[in-house]
Design a protein around this ligand. Structure first.
Ligand SMILES: [Zn+2]
Length: 311
C-alpha cells in the first residue's frame, strides 16, 4: 500500500515534468490534447484520487476472487501439476510460482474473471458517487467522471505493472505463471471500461458527454501515460518502448493465440461459477461475445489503430 502511494506521487510528478513541446509531449496529439492529468482536481487531489482508485480496484478484485470461490475453482480444475494453485496471491507474480499447463490457464482465467468483477464494481461505485449531489455538483458531474476514470486507469495500469514483478512485460502466447501479462490484462479491462461508459443509461447518469471515439481515446491516453511512466522510470532501458502500447485486444497474433485456451477454460468453469457465485450482477461475469470468439479462432487481425475493439 505504501508502495502504491509512492507510485501515485511519483507518477504525477513524472507527468508534470514532461517537457512541453518535446517529443513525448507531441505523442499526445494522437489523443486530441496534451492534458496528462485531469484539471478538475488540484495537484494533491490528483495523487489522492489516483491512489484511492487503484486501492479500491484492488480491493474489488479480491472480492471478485472470493465471490466466485476461486480457491475452490483452482483446486478443482487447475491443481493438476502445481502445489498451491488453489491459493490466491496477488501481490506479485514471480518466477517462484511458475505454474504451467492447466494450472496456469485456470489461474489466469480466474485472475481475468476477478478483474472483470472489479472493473464492473468500480464503475458502479463511481456512478453511485457521481450521482450523489452531496459529493458532486450537477454541472461538474461529467468532468469529474472523466477525471476519475482517467486516474483509475492510470492507477490500474501501474498496479498491473507493479504486480508483474520481474516477469517480462511483453506478452507470451502460452499462459505461464500465476497472473496474466499486464498488457493483456489492460487490453481486456480497457474495453470493459469504455463499453460500460458507452451504455446509454450510464452516459446519462454520469453526464460525461463523450462519444465512443472520445471514450476510447480517454482510456487509451490514461494507459499510455502510465506505460510511459513505467517504461521510462522502472525498466532497465529507462526509455519508452512502443511494444508497450496498448493496441487493441484483437490486433496482436500472440494475444489471439493466448486467448484460445483461456476462452475454452472459462466456458468449462463458468457453469460451476454461476452455481456457486455468492452475489453480484450478471454484468460482473467475464463475457466473450460470439464475434470475439470468432476472431480468436480465425486468428485474423482486425481493428484499426490503438485501443480499438468492436465486440
Ligand atoms: Zn487476483
Amino acid at each position: 500500500m505504501r508502495q502504491m502511494w509512492r507510485d501515485a506521487e511519483n507518477f504525477c510528478e513524472f507527468v508534470r515534468t514532461i517537457p512541453a513541446n518535446g517529443d513525448v509531449d507531441k505523442l499526445y496529439d494522437f489523443y486530441g490534447d496534451r492534458e496528462k492529468l485531469p484539471k478538475c482536481f488540484s495537484a494533491e487531489d490528483q495523487v489522492k484520487n489516483l491512489f484511492i482508485a487503484a486501492m479500491t480496484w484492488v480491493y474489488f478484485h479480491e472480492i471478485g476472487h472470493l465471490m466466485q470461490e476461486h480457491g475452490y475453482i483452482r483446486a478443482r480444475y487447475g491443481s493438476g501439476n502445481a502445489q498451491g494453485a488453489n491459493e490466491v496471491h496477488d501481490c506479485e507474480s514471480n518466477a517462484e510460482n511458475q505454474l504451467t499447463g492447466t494450472a496456469a490457464v485456470v489461474s489466469h482465467v480466474t485472475e481475468l474473471a476477478a478483474d472483470f468483477e472489479a472493473t464492473n464494481f468500480y464503475l458502479m461505485e463511481l456512478i453511485r458517487h457521481i450521482i450523489n449531489p452531496d459529493f458532486v455538483a450537477e454541472e461538474k458531474k461529467g468532468e469529474i467522471s472523466c477525471g476519475l476514470v482517467y486516474l483509475m486507469l492510470c492507477g490500474l495500469s501501474i498496479v498491473f505493472f507493479r504486480f508483474n514483478g520481474s516477469m517480462p512485460l511483453v506478452p507470451s502466447a502460452v499462459p505461464q505463471g500465476s497472473h496474466p501479462n499486464p498488457m493483456i490484462r489492460l487490453e481486456i479491462n480497457i474495453p470493459h471500461v469504455f463499453e460500460i461508459l458507452d451504455i446509454k443509461g450510464i452516459r446519462e447518469l454520469t453526464g460525461h458527454g463523450l462519444d465512443r471515439k472520445q471514450l476510447v481515446l480517454l482510456c487509451g491516453k490514461a494507459v499510455f501515460t502510465a506505460t510511459l511512466y513505467w517504461s521510462m522510470t522502472k525498466t532497465a532501458e529507462k526509455k519508452f518502448d512502443n511494444r508497450f502500447m496498448v493496441r487493441g485486444l484483437l490486433t496482436n497474433p500472440v494475444v489471439l493465440e493466448y486467448l484460445v485456451p483461456i476462452v475454452k477454460c472459462w466456458d468449462e468453469i463458468l457453469p460451476e461459477i454461476k452455481k456457486i457465485r455468492r452475489f453480484g450482477s450478471p454484468l460482473g461475469l467475464l463475457t466473450f461475445t460470439d464475434e470475439f470468439r470468432e476472431r480468436i479462432t480465425k486468428k485474423e487481425i482486425w481493428g484499426e489503430g490503438p485501443e480499438s475493439r468492436k465486440s
